[in-house]
Design a protein around this ligand. Structure first.
Ligand code: SAM
Ligand code: TMP
Ligand code: ZN
Length: 406
């Protein structure tokens, strides 16, 4: 048992992933230094329902000047964030004189570049200097820092209040949510909104997508748990929108209760979550049983293919795949390597499992017989682009929601 980071209630563990590495720490093959591992287990708070890791990895070990994840590798995600930026400008900024848009975790500028191109005042905050530099090269103003209460107060003092504070795939990475909410309170204008989108517990439960759990994903949010957290810090959850991105996410809109009334969607989703029981220990323990079965099925399939002499590679050296390979015990004996388009990951070894990462340009004929799709959240985009692989007899292996071939 541990103590909830949000409400101090008791957190009961429901799944143990054993020893896990830093999911974005791709190693140089010649690196002989000791690799960092931590014990990764996940639990649910019996008081506020927040699903959270049982222990925390120091943030500097994950986010630094060699952070491997570059958001703009997916064309689909570029479209998603350009659309998001335009919508936020239209719905939240149109009637405000000289609005300010602040983004936490702006990464390589995938969202803020559109805001910058429209000439709207903005500031990205991201502690990973390498990706922040890419954002700056696209005309985005960035401050290299971990967003937290003190940083928010400094921004408020120098820039004035923000009309929109936005974050994607970042708030769930931040254990110190109390400091984030206090920072948002200091920085947000009275009528402004704090909008963030992250993987949705309801989809993770339904799809048994256990690989959404890794060092960076400290929280798995639901409407119920986000509403409780927002209220604890004087805000309210005023809107929710389900998104298809990253295997199922929710965009949460947080506002000040005196200025924003919740939409009906909030009450509807919370009622649906209660009916489904997505955050009960019984559901989550049953989920764990499915996860174990899926991992067993995957390893059985990979061993069978190896015995048959088939060549098996993987596609997408995702952070998620660290959980799959290290929990299921999938090493280079079962998967010969991973193709990935990110230069900083190429010619390195995946964390813990040490699968060699090869540039996407090397994915050419003769194709491998099988490709394990670690980037299953980008399946549509990838399978379409690589259709020649299937036309020539290649088969994709998917493991979410269960192990199947495509
Ligand atoms: N928003 C982008 C997207 O959705 O593709 C990037 C998401 S990436 C998974 C998470 C980003 O959050 C990283 O660039 C990381 O450096 C940043 N980050 C981590 N902790 C942060 C904090 N306290 N404040 C601001 N950014 C943070
Ligand atoms: P993500 O699932 O965390 O977004 O990571 C996707 C990974 O897959 C990232 O390392 C980039 C890689 N990738 C490719 O190699 N080719 C592609 O077409 C896409 C969309 C992603
Ligand atoms: Zn709690």
């Amino acid at each position: 048992m541990s103590t909830c980071r949000i409400c101090r209630g008791p957190v009961y563990q429901f799944f143990d992933f054993g020893q896990q590495p830093i999911s974005d720490a791709f190693r140089k093959p010649e690196d002989t230094s000791e690799e960092f591992f931590f014990h990764m287990a996940i639990g649910v708070c019996q008081q506020c329902t927040m699903v959270q890791l049982m222990s925390e990895v120091p943030r500097e070990k994950m986010f630094h000047e060699e952070y491997a994840y570059h958001s703009s590798t997916s064309a689909r995600m570029q479209e998603h964030f350009a659309g998001t930026a335009l919508r936020l400008l239209e719905t939240e900024c149109r009637d405000v004189a000289d609005p300010l848009v602040v983004e936490l975790g702006c990464n390589d500028g995938i969202m803020l570049r559109t805001v910058a191109e429209r000439g709207v005042r903005h500031l990205g905050v991201d502690p990973s200097a390498n990706v922040a530099e890419v954002a700056a090269s696209k005309g985005v103003r960035v401050r290299v820092a971990f967003f937290e209460e003190s940083v928010a107060k400094e921004i408020r003092a120098s820039e004035g209040p923000a009309q929109v504070i936005y974050a994607a795939n970042t708030v769930c990475h931040i254990p110190y949510l109390d400091s984030i909410f206090r920072g948002v309170d200091a920085l947000l204008s009275p009528t402004g909104v704090f909008v963030f989108e992250d993987p949705y517990l309801g989809d993770i439960v339904e799809r048994a997508s256990f690989d959404q759990i890794y060092d960076e994903h400290f929280y798995l949010f639901s409407a119920t748990s986000v509403q409780a957290a927002a209220r604890q810090f004087g805000f309210d959850l005023v809107d929710v929108e389900r998104l298809p991105t990253h295997g199922g996410e929710i965009r949460y809109t947080i506002g000040r209760p005196e200025h924003r009334r919740p939409t009906e969607r909030v009450a509807e989703l919370i009622a649906e979550e209660r009916e489904r029981g997505i955050d009960t220990l019984a559901t989550l323990e049953q989920w764990g049983t499915e996860v174990k079965r899926n991992c067993g099925d995957l390893v059985t399939l990979l061993r069978k293919l190896k015995d048959e002499g088939a060549t098996v590679y993987a596609y997408g050296a995702t952070a998620k795949s660290a959980t799959v390979t290290n929990y299921a015990g999938i090493g280079p004996d079962l998967v010969a390597g991973v193709f990935d388009s990110t230069p900083g990951k190429q010619h390195r070894l995946t964390p813990g499992a040490h699968l060699p990462v090869r540039p996407l340009e090397e994915f050419t004929t003769p194709y491998p017989d099988y490709l394990l799709l670690f980037a299953w959240n980008h399946a549509e985009e990838i399978i379409k682009r690589e259709q020649a692989f299937r036309e020539q007899g290649g088969k994709w292996i998917l493991y979410v929601p269960d192990v199947h071939l495509l």
